[in-house]
Design a protein around this ligand. Sequence first.
Ligand code: BTN
Length: 248
Amino acid sequence: MKIHFFDTLPSTNRYCELLSPDETEEFDVIVAREQTDGIGQRGNRWVSEAGNNLTFSIILKPVFLSMADQYLLTKAVALGVRDWLVTIIPDGVRQVHIKWPNDIYVGDKKIGGILTQNSIQHGHLTRSIVGIGINVNQTVFPSAAGNATSVRLTTGKATDLQQSLEAVIDTVERRYRQLADKQRDTLDADYLSSLYRLGHPAPYRYHDSVITATICGVNRYGHLLLRVDDGQTLTCQLKEIQFLPEAQ
Ligand code: BTN
């Protein structure tokens, strides 16, 4: 495992895509102090203040995972990021959650995001580029960032980026080892208990309707399960459901 530091890159994920599999080892990490064209989920950009946050990608080779199980990697990485944040955010166990599928929230605000790009051959994952962005010392966010927060806004203190990077790589690696060691029940149980809005009714946009529903789980393909008033359970993919803010 090697950590490669760059001052500026367009995107650490894009940089990893250009590396040939032979020149990388599992758990090689590409870190940028600044990204000029960071990518987020659903075609969004990931905008992060230079020198104040963590923006990095980890190269994994999860050949033990079938295509059907790729969602388990999302779970393991999100749990790893949460595990680190729980150690530094006050009352972390109760405050830090995973907003399905893999946004990291403190209270009702987003502190981090994950973008995983998988390469698949013969029905198995051969390489995953796991891009992680965590807001650490940034205190002002553009209005377009909506509901963003950072470690500093939450703790009131500046945090050392190098130590944070090493610590979060460590917690992600621990969760990845659980996945490789087939401790899937542990990952499933910990992911479920970390889910944002688990078990309480809240508003969502489901297709074209606004509904009130209660998150009750995630199925083995990573689809979100929501119970609605008439007792029915909705099984949702990412494009079908949007979390709406709760009335304060
Ligand atoms: C999200 O939209 O929530 C996912 C954000 C992922 C951002 C990280 S920052 C490091 C890596 N490089 C990128 O260009 N994106 C990911």
